[in-house]
Design a protein around this ligand. Structure first.
Ligand code: ARG
Length: 277
């Protein structure tokens, strides 16, 4: 049995946390050694919703992290990263249909539908009450998007009657509530709807993750600009259930390898045109 098959076998039996497997580091081992442990490299087992598959759930309107391209294929930095992680674990990746961003943490906490949510999701204390996170894999900040040349700032926006859009349940949503107390915060399911609203004058501004703001402006909203960058110092992590600590460990191991073997830099280069993100 290969290391990969053995791991799937344990996953099928649902013995998470009770069986330690010998780490083979890719080399073949005799078929009958499932009980033996190797003192140097032990790996905890984990459960999966579907055997042999890393099942992902995300809100899929968040380019360049996860979005559906013209051919209907789910693509993006997070998608490539999830594929790379799955490959290290000897799994394939599947994506559930698009789900509203504010349902992702509850879905992972409940269990049974998806193993992970990789969704440009910021690790924060409120979310950590419900789900665990992998080690951080990317740094991010917020950006205020408004009509180019409008001269809007966080001061001009913090005025009664001014509508500022965001995606529901995001850190941008909380930022508006905390920092623009006089403005009216307009939470929306869809980032593109918010950008359209700013473009047509329905909303004065939108607050979203800076890399997404920059990508949307470059791809489809040349009439908009980032009028202010907000250095929130966020870090993206992969949400995993607290009931599946072995999966978190396996993902962290895979992430470390991905950093080390240059895959992470390749992905950053591919999706951001630079490794400095
Ligand atoms: N980083 C922000 C947060 O965690 C926004 C994430 C939105 N992600 C998405 N796939 N729509 O709240």
């Amino acid at each position: 049995m290969t290391n990969m098959n053995r791991r799937n076998f344990v996953a099928t039996l649902g013995l998470a946390g009770t069986v330690l497997l010998a780490g083979c580091n890719g080399s073949e081992q005799p078929a009958d050694d499932a009980q033996t442990t190797d003192e140097t490299t032990e790996e905890a087992s984990y459960t999966l919703v579907k055997e042999g598959v890393l099942t992902n759930v995300a809100e899929l309107g968040f380019a360049p992290f996860e979005y559906i391209d013209e051919d209907g294929v789910t693509v993006g930095f997070d998608v490539d990263l999830s594929n790379a992680i799955a490959e290290k674990l000897g799994l394939t990746c599947e994506w559930l249909p698009n789900q509203a961003f504010d349902t992702l943490v509850p879905t992972i906490a409940q269990g049974g539908k998806a193993d992970i949510s990789i969704a440009g999701m910021t690790i924060d204390d409120t979310r950590l009450e419900e789900v665990d996170f992998s080690d951080p894999y990317l740094n991010s900040n917020q950006g205020i998007v408004a009509l180019a040349g409008s001269g809007e700032t966080s001061e001009t926006l913090d005025v009664e009657g001014v509508q500022v859009a965001c995606q529901t349940g995001t850190t941008g949503n909380s930022w508006i509530e905390e920092n623009l107390p006089n403005a009216t915060c307009v939470p929306l399911a869809d980032v593109t709807a918010g950008m359209m609203g700013v473009s047509t004058g329905l909303y004065k501004a939108m607050v979203i993750d800076l890399p997404v703001a920059q990508n949307m402006i470059a791809e489809s909203f040349s009439d908009l600009e980032v009028v202010e960058e907000i250095p929130t110092g966020e870090q993206y992590g992969i949400a995993v259930s607290y009931d599946n600590p072995g999966l978190k460990d396996a993902i962290n191991d895979a992430l470390a390898q991905i950093e080390e073997d240059g895959t992470m830099d390749e992905l950053k280069q591919k999706w951001f045109g630079t490794t400095e993100v």
